[in-house]
Design a protein around this ligand. Structure first.
Ligand SMILES: Cc1ncc(COP(=O)(O)O)c(C=O)c1O
Length: 420
C-alpha cells in the first residue's frame, strides 16, 4: 500500500522525502489489517482519540473477563508483572526509568496532581505558552486567582511558536519558585513547540519545566532527558492508540524535592502512624490506589506496538502526512490553512469560508470522514487571540491510507465549493 505525495513520491514502501536514512518505513497495510476501525470510516481524528488496534482491545477485554471470573484483586495480583511492564514500556518510549513513570486516567488529572504537589503560593511564578490546553490554562488561572501565583503567558514569535527571547525575559523577571508549563503540540494546530530549547532555558535559570506532551507522545519521538523537562504528561487515547481513560506521567527522580504528593494514597506512600506517613520517592506517589487495570494493560499493548513500530519511523511518516495535507488544503479554493508557520506535526487545522468549523466537521461526518472542530474555548490564548471561533482539525495516524486522504481532500473541496 502506498501513500502518494503530491510530487509523485510515496511514503511507503519507499522512503518519504526527508526521512533520515536507516529509518524504516511504516507498513500501512499491516497497521490497517490489525485495526478493525479502518473498515468503517475514513478516521482522521487521532488527536481526539486514535483508533485502538485489535490487540489493544482484546487485551483489555480479556482482563475484564478474568476480573469477572476471579475478582479484580486476584486478577491484578496474577498480572502484576505485566502491569509493571506497562511502566517499563512507557519508560523505554520516553527515555526515562520505570520508577519515574506514574499512571493516571487523564492527562488533566496528571497535570493537576503534579502542580498540586509543587505547592505554588503567593509570589511564585508559572510561565505558560499561548498553546496551552483549556484544562491547564484554567488550572493556572485558578492558581493565579486563588493562590496568588503570578502567571506570565509568553507571546509567540513570527513562526507561531513560543518566543524564546520573551521566555528568557520572563524567566529573568520571574519571582519565587518558577515553573514553566510547556506544551509540545497543542490541541488547536499542528504547531511543534521548541521544547528542547524551552527546557534548556528554564533549567539554566533554575526553573522547573512541566511538559504537556498529550498530543505528541506516540506521534513524535521524545526523550525526556534531551528535552530537559522535570515532568511530562500524556494521555493514552490519542497518538498512543490506547484505551480511553488512560494517561501517563514522567516525574524526574528528585523533582519534587522531598515534597511528596499533595494527596497521598497507598500507592508510593505508607501511613506509618497516627499522624505520620512516608513516601517512597517514586513517581507512583502521585497515583491513586484504585485504577482500571484492564485499560492499563491495553495501554501496555499500545506502548509495545509503538516501540515495535519505531518512533523515528512513525514521526517521519506522520510529519509527511501532515505536510502533504497542509499543502493540499492550502491549495483548495475557499479553504484557509489555520496552522502557523511552525506547524510540523500530523495535526492540520483549517477553516472554510462562510461555514463554522462544526458545520464542516458535521458534513465531513456525513461522508464517513471523521475530523473534529476545535472551538476557541479549548484554546483561548491561541485561537481566541487569533480571532478564530473554531478550526477544523484533521489528524491522521499510521493506519490511514491513500483512500482516506483522497476522501478528505475531495470532500473538503466540495464543501468549500458549495459554501461559495
Ligand atoms: C494539548 C492537550 N493537553 C491536554 C489535554 C487533556 O487531556 P485529557 O483529556 O486526557 O485530560 C488535551 C486533550 O485534548 C490536549 O489536546
Amino acid at each position: 500500500m502506498t501513500i502518494g505525495l503530491e510530487d509523485g513520491a510515496s511514503l511507503h514502501p519507499e522512503m518519504p522525502p526527508g526521512m533520515p536514512s536507516g529509518v524504516a518505513a511504516i507498513d500501512v497495510a499491516a497497521e490497517r489489517a490489525r485495526t478493525a476501525g479502518v473498515t468503517q470510516r475514513h478516521y482522521l481524528n487521532a488527536a481526539g482519540a486514535g483508533l485502538m488496534s485489535d490487540a489493544v482491545l482484546e487485551r483489555t477485554i480479556r482482563h475484564l473477563r478474568l476480573e469477572q471470573r476471579i475478582g479484580g484483586y486476584a486478577a491484578a495480583t496474577e498480572l502484576a508483572d505485566e502491569v509493571d511492564g506497562v511502566y517499563a514500556s512507557a519508560a523505554a518510549l520516553l527515555g526515562a526509568d520505570a520508577d519515574e513513570i506514574a499512571c493516571f486516567d487523564t492527562a488533566t488529572t496528571a497535570l493537576r496532581s503534579i502542580f498540586d504537589a509543587l505547592r505554588l503560593g503567593p509570589g511564585d511564578t508559572v510561565i505558560a505558552p499561548r498553546s496551552s490546553y483549556v484544562s491547564q490554562a484554567l488550572r493556572l488561572l485558578t492558581l493565579r486567582r486563588h493562590a496568588g501565583v503570578r502567571l506570565d503567558v509568553v507571546p509567540n514569535d513570527a513562526t507561531g511558536a513560543m518566543d524564546l527571547t520573551a521566555l528568557d525575559r520572563a524567566l529573568e523577571q520571574a519571582t519565587g519558585r518558577v515553573v514553566v508549563s510547556a506544551v509540545h503540540v497543542p490541541t488547536s494546530s499542528g504547531l511543534v513547540e521548541p521544547v528542547a530549547a524551552i527546557g534548556a532555558l528554564a533549567r539554566d535559570r533554575g526553573a522547573l519545566t512541566v511538559l504537556d506532551a498529550t498530543q505528541s507522545v506516540g506521534q513524535i519521538d521524545i526523550d525526556v532527558r534531551q528535552v530537559a523537562c522535570d515532568a511530562l504528561v500524556t494521555t493514552g487515547r490519542k497518538f498512543l492508540r490506547g484505551p480511553r481513560g488512560t494517561a501517563l506521567a514522567y516525574l524526574r527522580r528528585g523533582a519534587l524535592d522531598g515534597l511528596g504528593g499533595w494527596a497521598p494514597d497507598v500507592r508510593g506512600s505508607a501511613w506509618t502512624g497516627a499522624g505520620e506517613w512516608t513516601t517512597d520517592g517514586t513517581a507512583r506517589q502521585l497515583e491513586t490506589w484504585e485504577a482500571a487495570v484492564a485499560t492499563r494493560l491495553g495501554l501496555g499493548v499500545a506502548l509495545r506496538e509503538a516501540l515495535d513500530r519505531g518512533m523515528a519511523a512513525t514521526e517521519s511518516h506522520l510529519a509527511g502526512l501532515g505536510d502533504r495535507l497542509r499543502r493540499a488544503l492550502a491549495a483548495t479554493d475557499g479553504v484557509a490553512l489555520a496552522d502557523p508557520p511552525a506547524a510540523r506535526s500530523a495535526i492540520v487545522t483549517f477553516t472554510v469560508a462562510g461555514l463554522p468549523g462544526k458545520e464542516v466537521a458535521r458534513r465531513l461526518g456525513e461522508a464517513r470522514i471523521d475530523t473534529i472542530a476545535v472551538p476557541a474555548g479549548h484554546a483561548q490564548w491561541d485561537l481566541g487571540a487569533r480571532g478564530l471561533e473554531s478550526v477544523v482539525r484533521v489528524s491522521p495516524h499510521v493506519y490511514n491510507d491513500e483512500a482516506d486522504i483522497e476522501a478528505l481532500l475531495g470532500a473538503v473541496a466540495e464543501i468549500a465549493a458549495e459554501a461559495r
